[in-house]
Design a protein around this ligand. Structure first.
Ligand SMILES: O=C(O)c1ccc(O)c(O)c1
Ligand SMILES: [Mg+2]
Length: 629
């Protein structure tokens, strides 16, 4: 597999773009004309700079509004082309993209366009270069790859070929099988982009909202399967016009791009192994069986406060690490929630505490095979994590996740860690709060990181994403993206500014991280009662909310007063019902949630989020900050 990316996809000047592209291990780059024009150096300098980065120029683009023009514009277009071919010779690239004409003055006519391309092919040949023709989805007369292919076929010139771009084909919903009858050697380059579904003018959608394959909703896998079937083995080139990427970190966007291509070709190989374009072999996407543990880094008084909150949630310290200041907390009745509080004064956990304050810096994901999980993550460019372990301690495969946090992979064999490294202690309390498992984790991050981490989760793990939901915080918008599977639920909240609850958390925590943990109860009213007995102080929900709830759902008075009494929020979807209540925020803005799902409710109470956020912010006001426990 030969990989390439268009300079237009990244932020920065040409030099920054090239260094990010080279660092992410691409083979080539499409030089977008504007990046060249804005560069202060000769075409030969640019060519040398690209090659010095170990890259080749796979394409020079775009050449606009060429075919089907009346005279004298037609002659002008040929003159322009000659000029560009000379430039390409100096740059050291042999392929130019001609996108379909959008001018109202262009005449149309397949044979007229074919004749123009045949003549252009002769000029290209004189210059030792080739041209590829791409149908823009909004082209004046040609906006479908089938018509572009017909023109290329009739042009019948060895230096004239077709360029396919997944966005143009998929945005128009063109049948993908129509690609399979095109000869692979007549396709000069393939451009790839995805996009989230939105109803919008095609040009605007394309120029502002493209994203990496896998990050959006288009069937790029189906598109690439069809391309691979043609025998095409040339570069797979990302061409991503995206406003956020233009302002983002070029290094991280380039890494995402490379990851998206490797993941894409792995998907294609699994669907049609006979056709597949070579890509590094790796285990299939990893199923997350469940969350084995969540580990907090804390220290001193803050750790004591955290442990107080855990105790008010019904957790008890059930065992201690044999060598380190690390404690294991569970509900005394059992259940599947394993919390680890790490109070060590050295090592990674302590560094994490020093940078971020008390935070849930690590999660352990239960998987079928931990080394498979590590291998897939590694091939997809995830950063592996290794900490020196003491004698007799297990080494658990791990990678870096959101905000530099750690994701451990635990398979059956590795669960031995609990008995090998921890000693049981006397449990003083005999009842907990009946919390049974981690329902979901929520990670907060800046909005411009959201797609990066979405791609991370859906490429490494067998998870699905749902559409981004806008959550209204009194100080701005937070976008919430769900990633889930049978054993795993995650909400990622992308804050657009630092005044929102999520934004503040990121600022005060010094980076993205897990902001809340939701535990599941099978009887939320009973859990709330027991927690009240243990000193838990729930987040106070205003009366207006409950009055509205009655109007919306027609709940009976008994249920309503139970909800009100325990500050429980409610939602319903079809037959499904959802109950949730919250702790106040503590440390740098971390909090807990308790939920109960009934009748197959699958959401997260999104409509309640603005009420909850406003309540949390109210509670944060300097005057009258309530004590937690
Ligand atoms: O938006 C455009 O004009 C444009 C230009 C070149 C391309 O390859 C493309 O897909 C779109
Ligand atoms: Mg294109």
């Amino acid at each position: 597999m030969k990989t390439s990316i268009a300079t237009v996809s990244l932020s920065g000047d040409l030099r920054e773009k090239l260094s990010a592209i080279a660092a992410a291990d691409f083979d080539g780059v499409e030089i977008f004309e504007n990046d060249f024009l804005a560069f202060d150096g000769s075409p030969r300098d640019v060519g040398a700079m690209v090659r010095d980065h170990g890259l080749e120029i796979t394409l020079f683009q775009p050449f606009r509004d060429f075919e089907g023009l009346p005279e004298p514009q037609r002659a002008r277009a040929f003159e322009r082309a000659r000029h560009k071919f000379e430039l390409m010779n100096q740059l050291g690239t042999d392929l130019m993209l001609v996108c379909s004409n959008v001018l109202p003055t262009s005449l149309g006519g397949i044979d007229r366009a074919a004749a123009d391309f045949n003549a252009l092919g002769d000029i290209a040949k004189e210059h030792g270069v080739r041209v590829g023709y791409e149908a823009l989805a909004w082209g004046r007369h040609v906006n479908d790859h089938r018509d572009a292919w017909e023109i290329v076929r009739r042009a019948d010139h060895s230096k004239v070929g077709l360029i396919l771009d997944s966005f143009h084909t998929l945005s128009r919903g063109i049948q993908l099988d129509t690609i399979r009858s095109i000869p692979g050697d007549r396709i000069f380059i393939v451009q790839l982009a995805d996009a989230s579904m939105m109803s919008m003018d095609l040009l605007y959608w394309s120029r502002h909202f493209r994203c990496m394959p896998g990050e959006g909703d288009l069937d790029v896998v189906g598109f690439m399967s069809a391309v691979a079937a043609t025998g095409y083995r040339g570069p797979l080139s990302l061409e991503i016009f995206n406003d956020q990427f233009r302002g983002g970190s070029s290094r991280s966007i380039a890494v995402d791009g490379r990851r998206s291509l490797v993941n894409l070709m792995d998907r294609v190989r699994r669907i049609e192994p006979e056709n597949a374009i070579a890509v590094t072999k790796m285990p299939d996407r990893i199923a997350i069986v469940g969350i084995e543990f969540v580990e907090f880094a804390s220290f001193g008084d803050e750790a004591t406060e955290l442990e107080g909150v855990l105790a008010s949630l019904g957790f008890v310290k059930t065992s201690l690490h044999v060598h380190r200041d690390v404690a294991f907390w569970r509900q005394p009745e059992g259940g599947a929630i394993n919390l680890v509080v790490n109070r060590c004064s050295e090592g990674f956990a302590h560094s994490s505490y020093l940078v971020h304050g008390t935070n849930a810096y690590a999660i352990g994901l239960r998987v079928a095979d931990a080394s498979d999980a590590l291998e897939r993550a590694r091939v997809l460019g995830a950063e592996t994590f290794h900490e020196t372990r003491g004698a007799g301690e297990l080494s658990i495969p791990a990678i870096r996740g959101v905000g530099g946090g750690i994701i451990y992979f635990i398979d059956d064999a590795l669960t031995a860690i609990w008995s090998l490294e921890f000693n049981q202690v006397e449990v003083p309390v005999s009842f907990g709060a009946g919390l049974t498992k981690v329902d979901h984790l929520a990670q907060s991050m800046n909005y411009d990181e959201l797609l990066t981490w979405l791609l991370f989760y859906i490429s490494i793990f067998r998870t699905t994403k749902s559409a981004i939901v806008d959550v209204v915080d009194p100080s701005g918008l937070v976008r919430s993206q769900v990633v889930e599977s049978d054993g795993f639920r995650l909400t990622m909240n992308g804050a657009e500014n630092s005044r929102t609850l999520a934004g503040k958390f990121i600022a005060e925590n010094f980076g993205s991280a897990i902001q809340h943990l939701a535990f599941k109860s099978e009887n939320i009213f009973e859990s709330a009662r027991r927690m009240a007995d243990l000193g838990f102080k729930p987040l106070q929900i205003p009366e207006n909310y409950y009055n509205d709830l009655q109007a919306r759902f027609g709940l009976d008075d008994g249920l309503l007063s139970q909800l009100r009494e325990s500050n429980i929020l409610y939602d319903r979807e079809g037959e499904g019902e959802f109950f949730q209540f919250y702790s106040h925020t503590f440390a740098e803005g971390f909090f807990f949630e308790i939920v109960e799902r009934r009748g197959g409710y699958n959401g997260y109470g999104g409509t309640n989020a603005p009420v909850r956020i406003a309540a949390q912010k109210r509670a944060l006001r300097p005057k009258g900050v309530p004590k937690l426990v």
